[in-house]
Design a protein around this ligand. Structure first.
Ligand SMILES: O=C(O)CCC(=O)C(=O)O
Length: 468
């Protein structure tokens, strides 16, 4: 079997500059990852995967084919008023074509958003002394440090351009399309995923969600589901999913190879993680026309560790992520704020005596210290006036958009406030995400109240040792 991700590529030479304004000149590996020589990797503990073993070489026509499918399948769909939140008004005031027009990437509105974001990034200055986010007892001089780490620790995110090649992205995409075709039967498993005010009633009552911890489960986009929960007539399977998760790195060879690749390990260690383990991975689709928003949140809400928060998100753009198709928006320096909420197993459902009370929600949100100290009126929502462009409300709240080319990576810690807007454009936006935390060897524990729990005796996947 051919491996797409090398476990030992040439050590990349970093070309880092103070400004992150110019797409081609900031944290960009001057020697991007090259296709490695095919190499056999063991898949011994994954019999299902072994049975499926096949060459997943890049099919150059695949991207084009998918685009045709997406275009022809995206006839106007019935508007889902529940998930659109504050966007309803704008949606009602404009028909589909006008909205698409409003989102044109070369429109004056988009141009002004891009200019504003570039200006804000241009104004970033890195302080002389920086405190490590992952271990706040560590302070270091930014002049002597790895510039990626200094930027990450002081601003709360890092945009690594060309982290993966287009070929690597397409290998992940092809495998996902194959999984959808072969493994997802929407008549059998048709769960939706949402992050709006109905999140606890959707994910909080679904065994399919809780059981997805180390499996490959498929979650439909709310706008793709008919009233009875089935796939809307005429919609293709590959155009209807919100996400697939949360154990892609556990079950799928190619996703695990990316997770274990030297470049991922090198980056995570460079940012200060000592014993990174991987509780979660997910593939997000942000479908054309119906891709719902992801409301403002901090990832540690869902991936809680003690005695300190150690979650790290690696958000890989498999396709261009733009202002039009729902790129990520981050609020720089918000990672220094304390956590506002925790998504916890509800003691009313999971009773102390081991019995389950199916009348109650499985999961609930509880307030953390940050709810008082750093209250955000947009937590679990979008700030007022997030829509339409030029998105004044988002800028006023301190967010900036991070547009990505396919292959770019955005890395951010679990307390960073971030969100993404709905996708009304005719281009989907596929991404693959890894979430890591510090493991037991770094003295950190996974909270037993997190939704994601492995069966007794099973441990989270540990990233390979850098020096092995
Ligand atoms: O991909 C997106 O739209 C947002 C994902 C996100 O916020 C997350 O995974 O924490």
């Amino acid at each position: 079997m051919k491996a797409a991700f090398s476990r030992c590529p040439q050590k990349p030479r970093l070309r880092a500059q103070a400004s992150v304004r110019d797409h081609s000149s900031d944290f960009c590996f001057s020697q991007p990852y090259r296709s490695p020589k095919p190499k056999c990797l063991s898949v011994r503990s994954f019999p299902r995967e072994r049975n499926r073993a096949r060459n997943l070489r890049w099919d150059t026509s695949l991207r084009a084919k998918r685009d045709v499918v997406a275009t022809t399948a995206s006839e106007p769909l019935e508007e889902d008023t529940g998930v659109r939140g504050i966007l309803d008004e704008a949606a009602a005031a404009n028909d589909q074509d006008e909205r698409t027009q409003m989102f044109a990437l070369d429109s004056p509105e988009m141009h002004s958003v891009r200019q504003k974001a570039a200006q804000l990034l241009d104004d970033v200055t890195i302080p002389a002394d920086v405190v490590s986010w992952v271990d706040q007892s560590v302070e270091y001089s930014s002049k002597e440090a790895d510039p990626r780490r200094a930027f990450f620790d002081s601003q709360g995110f890092l945009h690594v351009k060309k982290f993966c090649s287009l070929e690597e992205c397409d290998t992940l995409i092809s495998r996902m399309l194959e999984l959808i075709r072969e493994d997802w039967d929407p008549t059998q498993a048709n769960w939706t995923f949402r992050t709006d005010e109905k999140q606890t009633s959707a994910q909080g009552k679904a065994d399919y969600f809780l059981d997805s911890a180390n499996k490959t489960h498929f979650f439909m986009e709310v706008g793709a589901a008919a009233e009875d929960g089935s796939l809307k007539a005429g919609l293709k399977k590959e155009d209807s999913l919100n996400k697939v998760g949360h154990g892609m790195h556990v079950n799928e060879r190619i996703f695990r190879e990316y997770c274990d690749s030297k470049k991922v390990t090198e980056l995570v260690h460079a940012l200060g993680w000592q014993n990174p383990v991987v509780p979660q991975s997910m593939y997000i689709f942000k479908q054309a026309k119906i891709g719902g928003e992801v409301t403002s949140h901090q990832d540690s809400t869902f991936l809680y560790t003690t005695p300190r928060h150690t979650c790290l998100g690696l958000w890989l753009a498999l396709e261009d992520a733009t202002l039009a198709n729902g790129c990520l928006w981050v609020r720089p320096q918000s990672h220094k704020e304390v956590l506002r909420r925790a998504f916890v197993r509800n003691p009313e459902y999971f009773r102390e005596d081991g019995s389950l009370n199916s009348e109650a929600s499985q999961m609930i949100f509880t307030d953390e210290e940050g709810a008082q100290k750093n209250p955000c009126e947009w937590e679990g929502k979008l700030p007022e006036k997030s829509w339409p462009p030029p998105h004044e409300g988002l800028f006023e709240a301190g967010f900036i958009p991070i547009e990505c080319k396919a292959g770019d990576l955005v890395v951010f810690p679990g307390t960073l406030d971030h969100l993404s807007l709905p996708n009304y454009s005719d281009k989907h936006r596929h991404t693959f995400q890894l979430h890591l935390v510090e493991g037991p060897k770094a003295g950190v524990s996974w909270s037993p109240t997190n939704w994601l729990q492995y069966p007794e005796g099973a441990n989270f996947h540990e990233l390979p040792n850098l020096n092995a």
